[in-house]
Design a protein around this ligand. Structure first.
Ligand code: ATP
Length: 367
């Protein structure tokens, strides 16, 4: 059993700064839990409290069903991987990876075998006799990962282990971490500020802002049905449109969202229609990802957003049009009609007008 339970846990640093505010969270046995949030939101502080490197100011921390507030770090059976690897410079790769097993007085033959096996899985078997100073950043991070994993602790704690690597290396190592950790089935708490890392690695994601837990759920839950506007904006790789709308009296098949110059009908079949209907007559904030909108030709009949294109951005797989009309960004996955394709977004050139229809209402409306 290696569950982690945070029961109303807070951290106040000397000087009075509240870094973690009454956090309630649980990592199940074998779960890969990602703590996600912007720089300074308190995620490393939380991880360090779990490791025993920081005191818990108030609340209870339970590890494997045992109250751990006062437990010494060495008695917690955790292995931690930091951003910068932090290897022993005078030991070889083999020496670094063997170290936790040597301390545990494991059988030397078993140590040799385990280190070779793991170094192959991490693609560093050819560096075993080299010192950390002669390795690339990616190789050093693999060694640090190997050193943490070699001993099969009850709990892995990882603090932005990929953030110093280039994009290609990050993707490669991310996949390896995922398959290695999952094959071991060890509970893992992983800190990152990178939403792609969180969405791709996590069983569940806990999103923090300013020391406060904002949302927790599977990647699909927090992405498609975020509990707060902060979560919706933070998880959106594109700029999120947060728009004020008044909820109008429900019609037979629709609820009307009134954005001022634009109106949108939400069918009752939409899972969010019920939540929105609780706010009839009130103003709510609606989060719209650019990819919830699609451009339509001028001949389209029905409610649309319309505005003047301020700028166009090419993102490789799509264009983004920034439209002035209260709405700030509209994704243009492809020019809507063949005539425009030939002319290269003729209707969406800066200064021109564009119309966009809402395809889906993605994030939950936040009152
Ligand atoms: P990052 O991604 O930048 O590492 P983080 O989310 O991990 O950020 P923490 O390192 O946990 O954030 O820091 C949370 C807040 O606590 C920050 O405002 C930080 O300045 C503050 N803080 C961290 N350590 C201390 C300390 N020893 N004394 C006082 N304040 C601290």
């Amino acid at each position: 059993m290696s569950t982690v339970v945070l029961d109303n846990v807070s951290k106040v640093y000397p000087g009075g700064f509240l870094a973690v505010d009454r956090m309630n969270l649980r990592a199940e046995n074998g779960e890969f839990l990602v703590l996600l949030g912007p720089s300074g939101c308190g995620k490393s502080t939380l991880l360090r409290m779990i490791a025993g490197l920081e005191d818990v100011t108030s609340g209870d921390l339970w590890l494997g069903g045992e109250l751990a507030n006062e437990l010494a770090p060495r008695d917690r059976d955790v292995a931690m991987v930091f951003q910068n690897g932090a290897l022993y410079p005078h030991r070889t790769v083999r020496g670094n990876m063997s170290f936790p097993l040597e301390i545990a007085k494991a059988d030397p033959a078993m140590i040799r075998e385990r280190v070779i096996e793991l170094s192959k899985a991490l693609h560093i078997d050819e560096t075993l006799d080299r010192r950390p100073g002669t390795l690339s950043g990616g190789q050093r991070q693999r060694v640090a990962m190997g050193r943490a994993i070699v001993r099969q602790p009850s709990l892995f704690l990882m603090d932005e282990p990929l953030s110093n690597l280039d994009a290609g290396m990050r993707t490669e190592l991310r996949m390896e971490i995922s398959s290695l950790v999952r094959s071991l089935g060890v509970t893992t708490v992983y800190v990152t500020h990178d939403q792609v890392e969180a969405l791709t690695l996590a069983d569940r994601i806990a999103i923090m802002n300013r020391g406060v837990l904002q949302d927790v759920g599977t990647p699909g839950q927090v992405y498609n049905d975020p509990a707060t506007a902060f979560t919706a904006a933070f998880l959106s790789s594109q700029q999120l449109n947060l728009l004020a709308a008044t909820v109008r009296t429900p019609q037979n098949q629709f609820i009307l969202l009134d954005f001022g110059p634009h109106q949108i009908m939400i069918p009752w079949t939409d899972p969010r229609a019920y939540v929105i209907s609780q706010h009839v007559g009130n103003q709510i904030i609606v989060g719209l990802r650019p990819d919830c909108l699609a451009p339509v030709p001028d001949t389209f009949e029905g409610p649309t957003f319309m505005g003047r294109v301020r700028a166009l951005e090419y993102h490789g797989h799509e264009w983004l049009a920034y439209v002035e009309s209260g709405l700030t960004a509209v994704a243009v996955p492809e020019p809507p009609d063949p005539r425009h394709r030939a002319n290269g977004l003729a209707s969406s050139v800066p200064g021109g007008r564009t119309r966009a229809i809402m395809r889906r209402l993605m994030p939950r409306s936040v009152p």
